[in-house]
Design a protein around this ligand. Structure first.
Ligand code: GLV
Length: 331
């Protein structure tokens, strides 16, 4: 029996090659290199057994219905899977996988750390300043930033990515680590001399706050007006997790009123159409204390290939009747 796989967008080649070499699979990749419009998605999934989706597609009841009873699996080309309706998938007994891989955690941790340093050393602002021809010679007080070494880093989430950020920052820069999570993490505490705090305590005491939680009903707007008020005026917020974890209107208010020193964001409340939401668009007006990257935290060649292989391995395991390595269990 041939198993049909629909890939919603061209991904790095290694995983695709693995799939294409398997004789029992017929692989169709959406022919245009763009986010697949919903109407085309609904048309293309019809009769497919497996959808290899990007995080840009909502894989909801409508898509599952359009695919029909032939659909058996959704393999997400992302670590997060908030774009997939897991309840609906469970009702239909669909296997759902993500593309978790140690490479992804490393890449995202590196990106979060890069943003911490970019904020502290005003890298983006300094680059613009120099390019604009404003540099006229060394000055004792030009573009003063802040040290990272010896500062306090508050991590919201102590999972795979949070742990890597903690390790690099503690071992490399002598940063004091505070963390909060749904439950205490003794391994994390021991490894990085990390101190468990409530969310509000953590925000009060941290110089940098980095978010490493999935998007769940309980984490939506985890960073809101009330908690932003608890942060130090000199503190920075870094979000490489998911946009809706931060109430962007509240963050814009905090930045405008100087209640926060700055923010670096890789994710936005309204993706993929960044800036359709007014509060997301307002980040653009905060050029100098807000650093924006276009959801590229995991965008290294090595990592995106690793994710491609991970997605393929999940599909191949499923096809062989084995448990896919990244199967998502119902939450
Ligand atoms: C990226 O955000 C991912 O979830 O892989």
């Amino acid at each position: 029996m041939t198993i049909s796989v629909f890939v919603t967008r061209e991904i790095p080649d290694e995983g695709l090659e693995m799939l294409k070499h398997n004789k029992s699979l017929r692989v169709e990749v959406y022919e245009k290199n763009r986010i697949i419009p919903r109407s085309e998605l609904l048309r293309h999934v019809k009769g497919k057994n497996v959808i290899l989706s990007m995080l840009t597609e909502k894989i909801d009841k409508g898509v599952m219905e359009a695919a029909g009873s032939s659909l058996k699996m959704v393999a997400n080309y992302a670590v997060g899977f908030d774009n997939i309706d897991l309840k609906e998938a469970a009702k239909r007994k669909l296997v759902v996988t993500n593309a978790a891989h140690p490479n992804v955690s490393e890449a995202v941790a590196e990106h979060a750390i890069a943003l911490i340093f970019a904020l502290a050393h005003r890298i983006v602002e300094s680059d613009h300043y120099t390019r604009m021809g404003k540099y006229k010679g060394w000055e004792p007080q030009l573009l003063l930033g802040t040290d990272v070494m010896g500062k306090t880093l508050g991590l919201i989430g102590s999972g795979a990515i949070g742990s890597l950020v903690a390790r690099r920052m503690y071992e490399g820069f002598g940063v004091k680590i505070l963390y909060t999570d749904v439950k205490r993490n003794p391994t994390f505490e021991k490894a990085y001399k990390a101190i468990y705090k409530t969310k509000i305590q953590l925000l009060r005491e941290s110089d940098f706050v980095s978010l490493h939680v999935p998007l769940l009903p309980s984490t939506k707007h985890l960073i809101n007006d009330r908690v932003l008020r608890a942060m130090k005026k000199t503190a920075f917020l870094i979000n490489t997790a998911r946009g809706p974890v931060v109430d962007s209107a509240a963050l814009v208010r905090a930045l405008k009123s100087g209640r926060l020193a700055g923010a670096a964001l890789d994710v936005f409340e309204d993706e993929p159409a960044f800036a359709r939401r007014k509060s997301d668009a307002q980040y653009l007006q905060h050029a100098w204390n807000v650093i924006l990257t276009p959801h590229t935290a995991s965008a290294t060649i090595e990592t995106r290939q690793a994710m491609s292989r991970a997605a393929a391995e999940n599909i191949l395991a499923f096809v062989r009747g084995k448990r896919p390595p990244n199967k998502i269990e119902k939450r």
